[in-house]
Design a binder for this molecule. Structure first.
Ligand code: NAD
Length: 245
């Protein structure tokens, strides 16, 4: 199937790599990338960039309507968190962190996927595919409390949606990236500390690239995965396996 794909958080990082992979693999012939921050992004052929906050249903509706076309692929990829330099209470690593920051994280990392899908999904025909960018944080306990809970919720919601949309011929899967030094990590840790963490946490001892995550998303959205639905694929160098005892 080839037509329009929508990729949220598609301006940079993993989302930008997903946009490129969908076009390179012929899964979509044009992509609408929705992003809160479109500053400084290079124009690319067959890609339209739309300023849009995916936690705001009115903005999402307006941008989707402006496309004038139904999507055959939807990638709910926007996520992560905002740096809060004014806060000194240790969020997001504080188990008793403030509820407004908890809500903000759940809004961005879980509720936005429902919100965008509720606008785009009803127009998707048989053979269409949805892929959600979860995280290994949603598969194993860690110290990113609200983010981890939201990503675990996203994985469970993926499976519920896969069951609900299967009769309509629409597949729903998720990818769970491990460690990629995008802006998301740049806001939290210096590069040297990130590398130390990867050395300790990843059995294959290397970080992943945005392109490696994008390859899996592109496969899951393609007709090659026509019988794959309700799955979460970790692309994490084996991190969820833990360490040998
Ligand atoms: N980088 C990692 O190690 C890693 C690991 C696991 C999961 N992930 C997930 O991968 C996805 C992409 O993250 P990334 O690493 O590329 O980070 P990133 O910060 O480079 O990219 C995230 C993009 O989402 C956009 N965005 C944020 N809030 C938005 C909003 N409200 N509306 C629209 N767009 C918004 C940002 O502007 C940015 O362009 C996220 O869902 C993240 O949780 C990343």
């Amino acid at each position: 199937m080839s037509g329009l794909a929508i990729v949220t958080g598609g301006a940079r990082g993993i989302g930008a790599a997903i946009v490129d992979a969908l076009i390179a693999d012929g899964v979509a012939d044009h992509v609408a990338a929705f992003d809160l921050d479109v500053e400084g992004t290079e124009p690319r052929s067959n890609v339209s960039l739309h300023r849009c906050d995916v936690t705001d249903v009115e903005q999402v509706r307006a941008v989707v309507e402006s496309l004038g076309e139904q999507a055959c692929v939807l990638v709910n990829n926007a996520g992560g968190g905002k740096a809060h330099p004014e806060r000194t209470d240790g969020m997001p690593f504080d188990p008793f962190g403030p509820v407004d920051m908890w809500r903000e994280s759940v809004d961005l990392n879980l509720s936005s996927a429902h919100l965008v899908t509720s606008v785009v999904g009803p127009g998707m025909g048989s053979g269409s595919a949805i892929c959600n960018t979860a995280s290994i944080a949603g598969l194993m306990p860690n110290a990113l409390f609200a983010y981890a809970a939201a990503k675990a919720g996203l994985i469970h919601w993926t499976k519920c949606m896969a069951l609900a949309l299967a009769p309509a011929g629409v597949r729903v899967n998720a990818v769970a990236p491990g460690f990629i030094y995008t802006r998301l990590w740049e806001q939290m840790l210096p590069r040297a500390m990130f590398e130390q963490m990867v050395g300790a946490a990843v059995p294959m001892a290397s970080e992943q690239t945005p392109a490696q995550i994008a390859d899996t998303v592109s496969f899951l959205c393609s007709s090659r995965a026509a019988q794959v639905t309700g799955q979460v694929v970790a692309v994490d160098g084996g991190s969820v396996l833990g360490r040998p005892r």
